[in-house]
Design a protein around this ligand. Sequence first.
Ligand code: SAM
Length: 214
Amino acid sequence: MSNSPLDQPLPPALFQRQDNSPDAQFYAQPRLVTHIDDATINALTSFYEEFLPANCDLLDLMSSWISHLPTDARYNSVTGHGMNAAELAANSRLTERLVQDLNANPVLPFTDKSFDRATIVVSVQYLTEPVAVMQELLRVLRPGGQLCIAMSHRCFPTKAILAFHQLAAQDRAALVQEYLKRAGFTDISYIDRSPEGADPLWLVVGSKLPQLPE
Ligand SMILES: C[S@@+](CC[C@H](N)C(=O)[O-])C[C@H]1O[C@@H](n2cnc3c(N)ncnc32)[C@H](O)[C@@H]1O
């Protein structure tokens, strides 16, 4: 029997929320707003210039009307997932759109190895079953594919899990790294791209192992 700490469940108390009503109700009205400062958006877009290869297939999970992508970059496909169809319809960078409550059903309706990159922007704090979602992301990424989770310090307080209220920023980033580790990601790193005088930008990046030669 293994005694690895990875075999122990994460404490359920961390994932409690003030508002446990169905998320579909909370997100029923479109919010065509930005959730981080312009300078923070620019810092994320600059990071994406390094992180997103040309012609990749990208999955922007927990998206809305904006994906923060470099304006002149060309991707093969950009699949946007979120909670509100009108928000996704307003996102002109998306080539495919999907509405799904990941707290009700974390299983993604994509075949294995469909994407080269996945992103979650200022939203990971709303997941109550984050490891299940990360496992699904690992499944739908191609070998060598990468996931970037971008975090900041604002949130919808009633819908954010307790961990994001109670833990310090560094500990929240460590918790998100733990999600990726438990799901099977490798090369997990933390990158601070916070611009001065604006909302912080904390990034956690993980990779799916490349395909080994047979
Ligand atoms: C603060 S917004 C961020 C939207 C976008 N990523 C951005 O950068 O502006 C939070 C997003 O989390 C997503 N979300 C929240 N709860 C969710 C759930 N239960 N299942 C799936 N997505 C959810 C919704 O798409 C919502 O728009």
